[in-house]
Design a protein around this ligand. Sequence first.
Ligand SMILES: Nc1ncnc2c1ncn2[C@@H]1O[C@H](COP(=O)(O)OP(=O)(O)OP(=O)(O)O)[C@@H](O)[C@H]1O
Ligand SMILES: [Mg+2]
Length: 463
Amino acid sequence: MAIRDKIRILILDDEKQFTEELSGFFLGSDYESYEANTAEEGRKILNDNKIDLLILDVRLPNANGLDILEEVKIQYPAIEVIIISAHGDMDTVIKAIRLGAFDYLRKPFRYIDIQIAIERTQKYLQLHRKLKQMEERNSLISKTLEEKIDRQFIGISSQLLEVFEQAVTAANYPDANVLITGESGTGKENIARIIHYSSRRKDHFFCAVNSSAITESLLESEFFGHKKGSFTGAFTDRMGFFEVSNGGTLFLDEIADMPISLQAKILRATEEKVITRVGDTNHIYTDFRIISATNHDIDRSVEKKKFRLDLLHRLNTLHIHIPALRERPEDIKPLLLHFVDFYSAKFNKPRINVSQGVFNELQKYDFPGNVRELRNMVERAMILCRTNVLGMNDFPVNKHEVSAKEDNTESVNLKIIEIRAIRQALQSAKFNQQIAADALGIHRDALSRKMKKYKITLKKNEE
Ligand SMILES: Nc1ncnc2c1ncn2[C@@H]1O[C@H](COP(=O)(O)OP(=O)(O)OP(=O)(O)O)[C@@H](O)[C@H]1O
Ligand SMILES: [Mg+2]
């Protein structure tokens, strides 16, 4: 298996004894070497393997080494070339350097010389790889910078403090996968970033992927990368999300939408930490952590066979649930003030106050769009306000919506019914979770997740 960062070297020289000897020198080292004694053999190896460095003798009997150098530089611009020249052949050396050779060695040479030349090339290659990785990263940055640096998590409710504590735990266990659940706009991505940037993975990439936004046919190559020419449109070798997240975090947003065909592959990659690019045979090791998020009832997706249970097990080593904003109205005030400050600075406005009535009224509002909705409301109010005090007029939620929280108790009722059903089933089953789950018609794991979510414990004296 080719380990990440292992440099692959092709030695192309007509003297079999020389290539064998040099190859032997690389044996057991950090380099993987290939030998070729004719231009033909060389071309074949270059085509079949991802060579990083070519050690090329410019004096080949049936071919001109400089032509080969030129050919390689055009066809494989990423390959670095060290040429081997005979003593007194300075002209060739100069030509070779002009054609893009990285270094040269004069025959006969000592192993120490070649060692130094390779180390120099290796350093260069590593820098080059880093640069390439950064370019790949940049092409993946889809969100605005503002959102990227938005890493504050505001709130005073006990529920939010618990979420925060769980995030700290998740940051301290940088290899454990985390599943974040919660309605849209509750701050799942925010928490995911906080976990990443507070963990030892922080200097590596946070790769946010929403698989529902990618065409299904491209998904595999987006995740695993591809080899040049593996399908129409694959013009160059390309890293996928798993490789880009090496050392860092792969954030899988809206996992419930992930096509079932891809789930098995994602599971395997997550378990083995080894991937293969589409159209390639090399195995690539990559060390990533997955934080996934969903606003769907993922247990339902499992029950409906739309989501693999084994994958869910892999992803939810740690589970963080962010409650809806309406379930923690104490957070409305600090959040609102935070957004007022944020937009004051952004829009260059003088100090803006908020009348107490706003907080009171908004506490009654349902916030179906959660914190995102509150944020948008504040942004609109700050743009439109004419005075330096924001009143309820600046927050045009209609009265019907404000009272909705009191009238529309459907979702609350549903939750209560669910809790009641679980408790009853547990009691009838004498607290045997398997029997209770069977009676409820759900999987045992789904039951224990729901118990965790609703904080239902197994103490018999509880009710
Ligand atoms: N506790 C918080 N403190 C500060 N900002 C927050 C908080 N919670 C959410 N936000 C802000 O609300 C907006 C929505 O958050 P985010 O995108 O993380 O939600 P989400 O749960 O991923 O939503 P969706 O399910 O729709 O993708 C962001 O601008 C985020 O910064
Ligand atoms: Mg999100």
